[in-house]
Design a binder for this molecule. Structure first.
Ligand code: TXA
Ligand code: MG
Length: 317
C-alpha cells in the first residue's frame, strides 16, 4: 500500500521544485490553495488532463478551473473583459473564478474546457500555490482533489484518504484558510452570472459590479444528467456505435483494425489517450467538409463512461 509519507510533500523549496517538475512531466499533483486542495496537471497537456478525470473517477467531463500566478497570464489565454479587469483587481489573488471566452489560439487543452468556448480561470492567493504555479511555468488545471461524489478536501490528509494511490504527490500547505470552493462567475455572456456560490460572498461581488444573475445549472455534481447548462456539441450530426462511415460522414475510430478510419481516438485502445483526443478531434472533424461524424463503439468502463456521456450529449443536442 502507498504510505502517506511517500506522497505528502511538506512545503520546502526542494519539494515545491520537484512537484513543479512533475507537472511539467505531465503528472498529477494535488496542492493546497486558500479555498480547497486542487488536483493539478499541466493545463496545456491533453493527456495530463485526462489523467485528472481518471483519478477523480468522474462519470463525465466537467470543465475544470485553470490556475495562474497573475492576471497578465490569464489575459494571454482568454478575452479579458472590462468587468473581468474590475473583478480581478478587487478579488485576485483569491477565491474567485471567472468564466471567460477562450482566445482563438488559447493553448489550454479543450478537454479542460470540456469542449466549451469558455474557460474558468483563477489566481489563487495561497503562497504555496503561487510558488508552485510559478515554478511549474504552465497554467495548472485543477478540480477539487477528491474522488467524484466526495466532499472537497481541506487538508493534505483528506486528499490522501480520497485519492492516495491516484496522485503522484500532494503538496502540503496546511489546512485551507477559506475551506469552501471559489465563487464562480460567468462573464462570457452579457449579464454576469453566479454559477456557484463560494468563498467570496455574492454581496461583495455585487458591491463592485452590480447585480448578478443566478444560475443553478452548472453545479460540479449535476443532480440530473443534462443539468450542466452548456456542453459541447458539433454543428454536424453524430452517429454512435458505428462500424463504418456512410457517404459524406467522417469516421472517428477507437482501437486497432480500423485502417479506413479518418481519425482514431486511440489506435491502441487506450481510454486515457482517447479522452485526451476527444474534444480536439470532434472539433477538427466538425471544421471539415463532412456532413456528419460516425463514432465507433467505446467501451463503457473507466474513462469510457465519461467519453460516452459526452458523446451521447453531443449526439442528442
Ligand atoms: O476553489 C476552487 O474553485 C477549487 C480550487 C482547487 O481552485 N476548484 C474547484 O474545482 O472547486 P471543481 O472542478 O471542483 O469545480 C469547478 C466548477 C464546477 O462547478 C464547474 O462546472 C465550473 O467550475 N466550471 C468550470 N469551467 C466552466 C466553464 N467553462 N463554464 C461553466 N462552468 C465552469
Ligand atoms: Mg469539486
Amino acid at each position: 500500500m502507498t504510505q502517506s509519507d511517500d506522497i505528502i510533500l511538506g512545503a520546502s523549496p526542494g519539494n515545491i521544485a520537484s512537484a513543479a517538475a512533475m507537472i511539467r512531466d505531465g503528472k498529477q499533483v494535488a496542492f493546497s490553495t486558500e479555498t480547497v486542495y486542487g488536483l493539478g496537471a499541466d493545463a496545456t497537456n491533453d493527456e495530463a488532463i485526462a489523467g485528472i478525470f481518471e483519478a477523480k473517477g468522474r462519470p463525465s467531463f466537467n470543465p475544470l478551473i485553470v490556475h495562474f500566478t497573475n492576471t497578465a497570464q490569464v489575459a494571454n489565454v482568454v478575452d479579458f473583459s472590462e468587468t473581468a479587469t474590475v473583478l480581478g483587481e478587487a478579488f485576485w489573488p483569491g477565491a474567485l473564478t471567472l468564466v471567460l471566452k477562450r482566445k482563438i489560439d488559447c493553448p489550454v487543452s479543450l478537454l479542460a474546457s470540456a469542449g466549451l468556448e469558455t474557460l474558468a480561470v483563477r489566481v489563487p492567493s495561497h503562497p504555496l500555490a503561487h510558488e508552485f504555479l510559478k515554478q511549474a511555468r504552465a497554467p495548472v488545471a485543477a478540480p477539487s482533489a477528491n474522488r467524484s461524489g466526495q466532499i472537497s478536501p481541506t487538508t493534505a490528509e483528506h486528499v490522501f484518504e480520497s485519492l492516495g494511490d491516484k496522485v503522484d504527490a500532494i503538496l502540503d500547505g496546511g489546512p485551507c484558510a477559506v475551506g469552501l470552493e471559489s465563487t464562480v462567475i460567468d462573464l462570457s455572456s452579457d449579464t454576469p452570472t453566479l454559477l456557484r456560490p463560494g468563498g467570496i460572498a455574492r454581496e461583495e461581488i455585487e458591491a463592485v459590479i452590480g447585480p448578478l444573475e443566478v444560475s443553478d445549472g452548472s453545479d460540479d455534481a449535476p443532480r440530473s444528467p443534462g443539468m450542466l447548462s452548456r456542453h459541447y456539441a458539433p454543428s454536424i450530426p453524430i452517429r454512435l456505435n458505428a462500424d463504418k462511415a456512410n457517404d459524406g460522414e467522417a469516421f472517428l475510430a477507437f482501437g486497432v483494425g480500423t485502417d479506413a478510419a479518418d481519425v482514431n481516438l486511440s489506435q491502441s485502445g487506450d481510454l486515457v489517450e482517447a479522452a485526451a483526443n476527444l474534444f480536439a478531434m470532434l472539433r477538427m472533424l466538425d471544421q471539415t467538409k463532412y456532413n456528419g461524424i460516425a463514432v465507433m463503439k467505446i467501451p463503457d468502463s473507466g474513462l469510457g463512461i465519461a467519453i460516452n456521456d459526452r458523446l451521447e450529449r453531443a449526439a442528442t443536442s
